[in-house]
Design a protein. Sequence first.
Length: 745
Amino acid sequence: MNTIKAFMKKNYKIILLLLAVSAALWSFIPKKPSSDPEKDQLLLELVSYLMERTHYDPPKLDDKFSQKVYTEYIKALDPMKRYFLQSDIDEFSKYEFLIDDMIELKELSFFDLTYQRITQRMNEAKGIYKDVLKKPFDFNTKEMYDSDYDKMGYAKNEQELKRRWEQQLKLNTLSTLSDNLKIQEGKEVVDADEDENLDEFATTTEKKKKDKKKEAPKEKKSFEQLEKEARESTEKSLDEYFDVLNDLERKDWFSIYLNSIIERFDPHSFYFAPEDKEKFDASMSGSIEGIGAVLRKKTDGVEISELVPGGPAWRGKEIEVGDVILKVAQKPNEDPVDVVGMRLDNVVKQIKGKKGTTVYLTMKKIDGTIKVVAITREVIEFEETYAKSSIIQDGERKYGIIHLPKFYIDFENKDKRNAFTDVSKEITELKKQGVDGIIMDLRNNGGGSLSTVVDMVGLFVKEGPVVQVKSSRGKQQVLDDKGTQIVWDGPLVVLVNNFSASASEIFAAAIQDYKRGVIIGSKHTYGKGTVQNLVDLNDLLKKHPFGDLGALKITLQKFYRINGGSTQREGVLSDIVLPDRYSYIDMGERDMDNAMPWDKIDRASYVPYPNDFTTVAEKSKKRIASNDQFKLIDENAKWINQRKDEKKFPLNFEAYKLKQKEIEEKAKKFKAINKYDNKLKFSSLPSEIERVKKDTILEKKRDRWHEMLNADVYIEEGVNILKDLRLSTLKINATDNKIKQLDKR
């Protein structure tokens, strides 16, 4: 089935509505080129107009709406209450109930005030942390740092604000100092999920210290020297953080304001600035066109921080990690553009380009030499975005596992890879290897394309309805997988967790409703039961003086299971619940105050397979109850639940060390979770083995994945369930003709 045409056909009324809206929007276009504030006014009017007229269930824009926007916006600007003073909040508060009126009037005075104030306060904060970190901390005083920012008020004056900075910087420094002392003593630094000690300023390097193993001590340094180095490390982290902040422009802050308004409609409607739209497209398709390098801004240019394996920069071997880009040119004889000090997003724009074109980079090599490197751009595929599979050897029998990170598709280029065709190929190859069952691993799969998941269900289930969609006007549609050929009719297990969302939930719900397979994993999935359309704002307003306007993701529909129930808030409940680290913590859509409500509609016409998984579930529950690994995971989940509300941390060195020792002793017990051996053997498919021979990076990635699978008790239980399913699933083929006859009645 042509999924694009099918989507257009089924959603033609929505598309017509958007076209009608676009006609009305011509009145918004200014008559002459204007400054950024006027672009902001246009965006505010355009976005609010679309949200109020096309959103599935738009809230009333009144004082209550205004108050919620105000609260979330201020929180987004200063979540840790480290910039604004109480006097600032007092000044802002006069706008608390006026935002709804200001939207209607295209009035930006509140945004202008907060934008000017946050940039002012952040500039002042640079002086604060520089001053605080000049002097050694006294870790002998008995004091605590309270990180309960929701209950914390704003600082009454600059002295109180500086005191907050001192405490947070002291905690950061103490954390680094403690780790470095252990490393010097040759002790192991245990990762006890203590990232609450590291705030948004912590760099990747700093966080990696939490994963360090035993290291041989080098020179013996004094406590004072290590404390000094810890302060320097904290200062470097902050320098990097504020360097990123310095790149933010008015439009970036306005996006925060705009999204504070949009997200009050529901959690999944969102405005994408032009750069964010490109990133979203890349995440959906799993590829970009460029040179295959990850960049990081430095004071002397833009540093190459990583090379994408297999990309043109990686294959050319003229560029190394640590090289710095100084200039960029699009032609060999043109004057290059100096990128030193340029905003990182703008540098990326200079380097990215169409496949087959060449970019010329003036590089400062790590040895200090200057060199111009020409690189031909290519399509860079992010391998970890795509479906991958492995053969599971369990004694004499084979099973298959397919890991799908998201339901990806490139709507602009149907010839590119997509989740439906990739999974179909993986199943076909697994069948050739004689597997007796398949595990579809959808853990942490946040969703993706609705049309793709509808088609994919058809790879496992007879032709029929997959999901129901309802518009704001009450119109219901049943989406089915007409024309999709069943590729796998054997035993099937779908593995999910709390972070399996949207399209993942559609897939799991359809498999469950048809009684086609067994859903195992967390108690429930995420609970996102809404459908969004991405509207390119440039398509609605083709003639305007402001350049790229970005895109708006709007919730236009809700989807429902074919049994009539909604996954909204509730998610999909697993047939067999496996203990996980978040078992005792409520997570997902249900925890969002602006999430749309649960409801249900009429059941679609479908006939489930005549399967009864009761015995299979009972056997699994007995295994889980007696499994020491699951017992340990459950104990770990209870410990995490106990610690989730801890907000106070000692700033006294001895007290901090004692607290860390208690945590680490407990954490050591749970390290055994990652050292588990399920005794299964994992191997790549023959086609991938051929690829691995030419790609050592891919080989290392697959080896690492197989190591993780070997330590995965969930995969082990999935295989056990597949064994139990073998006989019962064979009933599908014997009764399939009878089912088809029932469908015709």
